[in-house]
Ligand binder design. Structure first.
Ligand code: ZN
Length: 254
């Protein structure tokens, strides 16, 4: 199982999901895993659930996957809640049951950990924005490699000498220099906590879809950006009557 595509935060953006699937097929990935938030914000929740289920891949639960089946307890802001109520109405019972049953974390056959936000209190849905935030995760991370999402921003954290560090050069090359791919060489003995960014709603100022490819034979992780039909995804958001802001943010990547 050497090359694994790691995708997260699809957020019902079918245009972006198709582009990323074509990209990882082109990269000859042997498997795929999904770090949650399959639904929410965009126009194709049912279709994205169908596509992810058809991949037959390991999936962990995101906060949107959780809240869409627990709307009564939502802590979301007004726009997210409006989108969530619309999303719930689109999903069939089988999909809601599938979302409800997703686990919060799991260890893949390739011996890495998957979680949507963080391994300490995964259901608190904390945002890991810097090395300090990543400390609690590392104290609960028992595999050398853990992938996460949730902030919609690709990030690389390592744990060395009892401290968490953030390696900003990787995302700067992607976002500021517009690279398509950056490669991280994994060193044995180091612990890595890697945010793979978002397929369907990037929030780092770069509208391109983002995901990662883990090559367990070569011991590398490549973060990749994929151009997709943003205008098509925006039109779909507006056509179903979701808030205009959700269409606008796809273009700016915020
Ligand atoms: Zn998300």
């Amino acid at each position: 199982m050497p090359k694994i595509a790691v995708i997260s935060d699809i957020h019902a953006n079918l245009h972006a999901l198709y582009a990323v699937m074509a990209d990882f097929q082109g990269e000859q990935c042997d498997a795929v895993v999904c770090l949650g938030d399959v639904v929410g914000y965009n126009a194709y929740p049912q279709e994205c659930v169908n596509e992810i289920r058809a991949l037959g891949c390991p999936v962990v639960k995101g906060n949107h996957d959780d809240e869409v089946v627990n709307l009564e307890n939502t802590r979301m802001n007004r726009i997210a809640r409006m989108a969530m109520e619309w999303t719930r109405a689109q999903l069939d019972e089988e999909s809601l049951t599938w979302l409800r049953r997703l686990s919060l974390q799991r260890i893949d056959r390739a011996k890495f950990t998957m979680v949507h936000s963080s391994l300490d209190l995964p259901q608190a849905w904390n945002y890991i924005l810097n090395a300090n935030d990543a400390t609690g995760n590392f104290l609960r991370q028992f595999q050398p490699l853990c992938f996460h999402g949730h902030t919609h921003q690709a990030r690389v954290f390592t744990w060395e000498g009892g401290r968490a560090f953030e390696h900003t050069d990787y995302w700067m090359q992607l976002v500021q220099e517009g690279e398509t791919t950056v490669q991280l060489d994994l060193e044995s003995g180091r612990k890595y906590f890697i945010n793979v960014g978002s397929v369907g709603q990037p929030r780092d100022g770069d509208p391109r879809a983002c995901y990662a490819i883990y090559d367990s034979d070569a011991a590398t992780v490549r973060l990749r950006r994929v151009v997709y039909d943003v205008a098509g995804a925006q039109q779909a958001v507006l056509a179903v009557g979701l808030p205009e802001y959700l269409a606008e943010r796809l273009e700016t990547g915020h």
